[in-house]
Design a protein. Sequence first.
Length: 389
Amino acid sequence: MHVKGVNLGNWLVLEKWMSPALFDGTTAEDEYYLPTQLSKEVYEARIKIHRAEYITEGDFVRIRAMGMEAVRIPVPYFIFGDRPPFIGCIAELDKAFNWAEKYGLQILIDLHTAPDSQNGFDNGGISGVCKWSKQPEEVEFVLHVLERLAERYGARKGLWGIEVINEPILDNMWEMMNVPERYPAADPKKAEGSGPNTMEFIRQFYLNAYDRIRKYLPEEKYIVIHDAFNLSSWKDFMPEEKYKNVVLDTHQYLMFAEMDGCGQTVEEYVSYIKKQYEDEIRKMQEYFPVICGEWCLFNSFAAGCDTKGGQSVLNGQEGMSVESLNAEQKKEIYQAVAKAQLAAWNAGSGYFYWSYKLLTDTVNTPGWVGWDSWDFGRCVDFGWFPENN
């Protein structure tokens, strides 16, 4: 098994930095607070227009033409429209399956958010809050959502697999990201009791999710579990014969490498990728097929400043407003880190790039130099991403 694909980030799960205009006129930093600051009519109109325009049939044509075989589609826990005030998006996912099957792509459905969040990140739906795993009724709600998704799409030709929950956080990443400061809670009262999940909880949740999904999912379809930012701690997990086609997903960004002390030069990036990513993936590939479900070319060296682990222009960090490198220099940097990262993912079972597109105006908005590398279409158009990858 080998997959190469791209994430349709910010389509059905919003991320403010990827589409700032959606949040105009509000102080909301995440999807949870957006409907609390807009009238029902304005909120619904914005969301419906965004979903209709952000990803269309033409995007599936282009993704296939760029040589990709699959898309990972982040979906919210309210996908079925049963958690007001949020608007469901099952109709959009239905359309995506029809497009994918028409143009020869596969879909990995990724449950990206949970009520009260599994990580406290803005992309977990609500910044600074992480209490989902402490609420048994909400854990059950998520298992039921997974069941319904498996039942609805299990027999579809376009289904590659289902990822049971995106980036559940443990104490190591909670501390490294300093979640409460990096993603300050809008309502400190709501954030009370927040903290990382336990490994014991995550393991049990994965076992339960497998059983609930596999009832409806043919054996050849994949069930994907995220490594909770601890790639090597899954060697002894699910060894029993009953667990079929389980894939381990790891997310590796160079900004994490920088936070881990990796120097901001091409040589140091490449060396880090080889030692920390490729060698680890090769080892873990003996236990599970390993995919890198999120990664990109973004790095501080090409951005022209230390982005403090991908925080420039976010959280009040200063970003660069003027390019410090010419187009050729940037291309060299990106091609080198692309080549090294692709070699690492190919030591495993493939990858999904984050993300397909970005609506941030990186030219006219001060501080966004270097952030265009999050946009897969631009990476391909500029020749940063190698052909025949």
